[in-house]
Design a protein around this ligand. Structure first.
Ligand SMILES: [Zn+2]
Length: 106
């Protein structure tokens, strides 16, 4: 395994742990009992929508990270899923879970 692959894998695992912790914390907040005050309830409901949107984007990123970790296991990580070219290390450093190269992403 090349050294850079190791670095990307650690970054993916660290991000995965962080996202799971955040999603678990979000679920606890969404399940928390509502305050009986009506004004607060309206605000709490808006908060919930924001929290749910955050949760959805987190779950989406989590799925991309899981897919990237599978590609590492299968030896296809860092290869563009669309054109088969190698994805640059600078792009993988910025977006370790990306399945496509810079050209295909634009
Ligand atoms: Zn490509």
């Amino acid at each position: 395994m090349p050294a850079s692959l190791d670095i990307h894998k650690s970054a993916l695992l660290a991000r995965q742990t962080e996202l799971i912790a955040r999603l678990v914390a979000l679920e606890h907040r969404l399940d928390a009992p509502q305050t009986p005050d009506w004004d607060d309830l309206a605000i709490a409901r808006e908060d919930d929508e924001v929290l749910e949107a955050t949760g959805l984007s987190g779950q989406h990123e989590l799925r991309q990270i899981e897919a990237a970790l599978e590609r590492i296991d299968h030896g296809t990580y860092g290869i563009c899923a669309r054109c088969g070219a190698a994805i640059g290390d600078d792009r993988l450093n910025a977006l370790p879970y990306t399945p496509v190269c810079r050209t295909c992403a634009t």
